[in-house]
Design a protein around this ligand. Structure first.
Ligand code: GLP
Length: 270
């Protein structure tokens, strides 16, 4: 795991956008997984900016949405499909046929979830999965208690999550209680998991996810098993990590680590 600590939210978004830009330079047909929530909004703004500046071209990029509320049409303003269109897809040149999303109203949920997993596999796998983190440690909508090897499936939202989303819905009857989400096992198979977090509200759960025990009670702790998980977080979100200084040092000396001989000078004879 790599923990990158940045001064503030804007720097978290710039760093994350730079990681994606760099990956795109190496592979133009990047397969990206997208998360919703407040946290990645600044990153999506930067990606739109990079597109306008000609720094990233999305014409060969494939996109997968991470989750969706059950019951909502894609056109509903609170659907994750609408969120992604509104904040990113409609502003860049990604091809519509290369955007894959979980439907909120599939005719057969199990088949829909299996087909989604097949699509991810057929695309060659997700190169970079963007993630946020819920205050209870959920990633995507894998609520606490989710199996660490779960696949894309229906999940029941916890009362805390329902309370957190309620203000966004005018009609109580519309407030979702269920969702479809990629599983933790699905996320662990992505090539890079890029988790963004900002603010002191997230400090406790970031400390548990990064430095606490691996447990289904904190789904984000499963990223400790990921082959390449990068946490890009601001000072406030990092404030409860005990090894902050080490993470900072490691990040600042990353280039030197590529050539270990520069770190440990060899004694020359004579
Ligand atoms: C929702 C999404 C998650 C997201 C989380 C945190 O539950 N399903 O993917 O990470 O919210 O949201 P925020 O970034 O607004 O704190």
């Amino acid at each position: 795991m790599e923990v990158i600590i940045k001064k503030d939210y804007d720097d978290v978004c710039s760093e994350s956008a730079a990681i994606i830009e760099e990956a795109w330079r190496r592979k133009n047909n990047l397969v990206l997984g997208f998360a919703t929530g407040k946290t990645p909004l600044g990153l999506y703004e930067k990606l739109v900016e990079f597109y306008r500046q000609g720094r990233i071209d999305f014409s060969a990029v494939t996109a997968f949405n991470l989750d969706e509320y059950v019951g909502l049409e894609a056109s509903h303003p609170q659907s994750f499909a609408h969120y992604m269109d509104h904040h990113l897809f409609r502003h860049v040149n990604i091809r519509k046929e290369d955007i894959f999303r979980l439907s909120g109203r599939p005719p057969d949920i199990d088949e829909h979830c299996r087909a989604y997993e097949r699509k991810v596999r057929d695309s060659g796998g997700i190169d970079i999965q963007i993630l946020g983190i819920g205050k209870n440690g959920h990633i995507a909508f894998n609520e606490p208690g989710s199996s660490l090897s779960s696949r894309t499936r229906l999940k029941i939202l916890t009362p805390e999550t329902v309370a957190a989303i309620r203000p966004f819905f005018q009609d109580e009857k519309e407030v979702p209680r269920f969702c479809l989400t990629m599983g933790i096992g699905t996320i662990l198979e992505t090539k890079t998991a890029l988790l963004l977090a900002s603010g002191k509200d997230k400090a406790g759960i970031i400390a548990r996810a990064v430095e606490g025990p691996l447990t289904a009670s904190v789904p984000a702790s499963a990223l400790q098993l990921h082959a390449r998980a990068i946490f890009v977080i601001d000072e406030a979100a990092a404030s409860k990590l005990t090894k902050r200084d080490y993470y900072r040092w490691a990040y600042e000396n990353k280039d030197r680590a590529l050539d270990p001989l520069k770190i440990i000078p060899l004694k020359t004879k004579g």
